[in-house]
Ligand binder design. Structure first.
Ligand SMILES: *[C@@H]1O[C@H](CO)[C@@H](O)[C@H](O)[C@H]1NC(C)=O
Length: 331
């Protein structure tokens, strides 16, 4: 199941990587309502038993503000969906890029959190550098995308540190809140770089944070960014246990390193439209149990992956989408 999912996600990644975000003429960075600033969540997958987690990573996104919803619920979106059903319903949005995508035009998708997918190619770095002057003070910024996954930003913790100032510089110039790179929930190394195994998510993050602390200058973070994806071959309870495990590990790393928050900047249940009931049940558990669990209070933001297709049916909200937004309907 991992291999299938993984391939799918790799495909998404490539696809997404190729998608160029289109600059917004007039990005809406402001909060229209004083719900507070949303941070960006991330997600990735961990298997209790096996290895890897899929990570879709892609494009770029947009932001606006939301009316009614919790400021901590967000969506990760791409350029092709009709997202109007989410307008005014989410606190923040992410799109794998430094700028909002055209699918957010004229919509209120909450505050946009720019992401620098990688610093190692100009197709990602240049839009980031170009977008920065328009960012408001206090913006939330998301680090590299799944550096523990081949096909994603795939780099060692040491390499990530070598390019971290492309993000960290905005802590002083923009008073930005910075999240770490968003690691996947793979539990095994997915390959080698220069002959050395690049560590899996939790270990990758641990090494990155150690290097950040000993770097000169020392790098600090507002949040650990994590990704999480479940598996359609697991039950809702099993996926929940897997998320508990990965989130617990990330929360522990945050506590150990004096980082106040954890953002799930990308996540999905692993179910799809053929298992829509399970997807809805998982999201109900996410909202009703996981996010209410006092053990998870450091998780201040989480973005569900709309690109996976379970939240919307055409332009209409599905039961999964309604559950994400706190609806009390049945699955
Ligand atoms: C709350 O989270 C902790 C830590 O992950 C977990 O052990 C516990 O089972 C969770 N409680 C519920 C009701 O899921």
């Amino acid at each position: 199941m991992w291999s299938t999912t993984q391939s799918l996600f790799s495909f998404f990644s490539v696809l997404c990587t190729l998608v160029q975000a289109k600059p917004h003429a007039n990005p809406q960075w402001h909060h229209r309502h004083s719900r507070g600033v949303a941070a960006s969540p991330t997600s990735s997958t961990t298997t209790t038993t096996t290895s890897t987690s899929p990570t879709p990573s892609t494009p770029q996104s947009s932001g606006t503000t939301s009316d009614s919803s919790s400021p901590n619920i967000g969506i990760l979106y791409d350029s092709t969906s009709d997202l109007s059903a989410f307008s005014g319903q989410v606190g923040f949005s992410v799109d794998w890029s430094p700028i909002p995508l055209s699918s957010s035009d004229n919509l209120d998708l909450g505050t946009f959190y720019p992401q620098l997918w990688t610093f190692q190619d100009s197709n990602h770095l240049n839009p980031w550098t170009n977008a920065a002057p328009s960012w408001p003070s206090g913006i939330n910024l998301i680090g590299f995308n799944e550096p523990d996954m081949p096909g994603q930003s795939w780099m060692t913790p040491s390499t990530a540190i070598s390019g971290w100032n492309y993000i960290a510089q905005y802590q002083s110039s923009k008073d930005a809140k910075i999240s770490t790179p968003g690691v996947s929930n793979s539990v095994v190394s997915l390959g080698t770089i220069d002959g050395v195994a690049n560590p899996a998510g939790q270990e990758w993050m641990s090494q990155f944070l150690s290097l950040a602390a000993s770097n000169s200058p020392k790098y600090t973070f507002q949040a650990i960014s994590m990704h999480w994806y479940g598996s359609s071959s697991l039950t809702v309870d099993e996926n929940g246990a897997m998320l508990n495990e990965q989130a617990g590990a990330m929360i522990q790393l945050a506590e150990d390193n004096g980082i106040p928050e954890v953002w799930i900047t990308e996540m999905g249940s692993g179910y799809d439209t053929s298992t829509a009931t399970e997807d809805c049940q998982f999201i109900q558990w996410l909202e009703g149990t996981f996010m209410k669990n006092a053990s998870n209070s450091m998780i201040t933001h989480y973005a569900y992956n709309e690109h996976l297709g379970t939240l919307l049916n055409g332009d209409a909200m599905t039961s999964s989408g309604s559950a994400l937004l706190g609806g009390s309907g049945s699955c």
